[in-house]
Design a protein around this ligand. Sequence first.
Ligand code: PEP
Length: 252
Amino acid sequence: MRRKIVAGNWKMNGSKDLVDRLVGQVRSELASPGNGVEIVIIPPALFVGDVVRRADGEIAVGVQNVACWDSGAYTGEISAVMARDSGSACALVGHSERRQLFGETDEQVAVKVGKVLASGLDAIICVGETLEEREAGKAEDVVSSQVRKAVSEVSAGQWQQVVIAYEPVWAIGTGKTATAEDAQAMHAAIRAVLAAFGAPSEEISLLYGGSVKADNAAALFAQPDVDGGLIGGASLSAKDFVSICQAMPGKS
Ligand code: PEP
């Protein structure tokens, strides 16, 4: 059985007020958290403690990024161990905004994956092609290469901490979504890459992200290799996020 996960990435949005309102509403509207779908909120790191307290164990919390290092003179950075100590259960690694805006490389992503897993957190590894790469027919090659590099240091006992989020860059925050069929095709390709790598690919959860909304979530989540979603903009509205969570089979 693969884990079913719906995670909301707040990016650099939100406030303590939003934490109170949104987490409270999500908890009250998803009446029985834990009935098969893991709900995760990934706020700005400063709010992790607030979400942890407000979620009271019913919703998991994650961070959007960690450093390549354990500690030291790296002003502004936070380590995976610090994220874990603050109550996080997982960390995003290699989100396309980190790759594009902050120049994060495949090599850094692999190092961060190693740090996250060693700390005991789950790693939600983000991969995805640009529009240019898709139009050039290179989408699968690009994504496969990102996956292979990101998991290059994962050891045999760590696969249960690995989650992969396929997020086509052209679909993030644009209102354009991959069709359910395109998402399924890429997820199947990712699973094949993991299998070729010797990973227990059938046990690894693969999330889709990129303009997932209440009205397209059900079709995406119905695909056999789509095990959940990574939600950006729509996760900032309790109503939309709850609807998306409810679209995941197993959650009502
Ligand atoms: C994201 O930031 O991971 C994302 C998928 O954003 P959006 O849902 O807004 O496209």
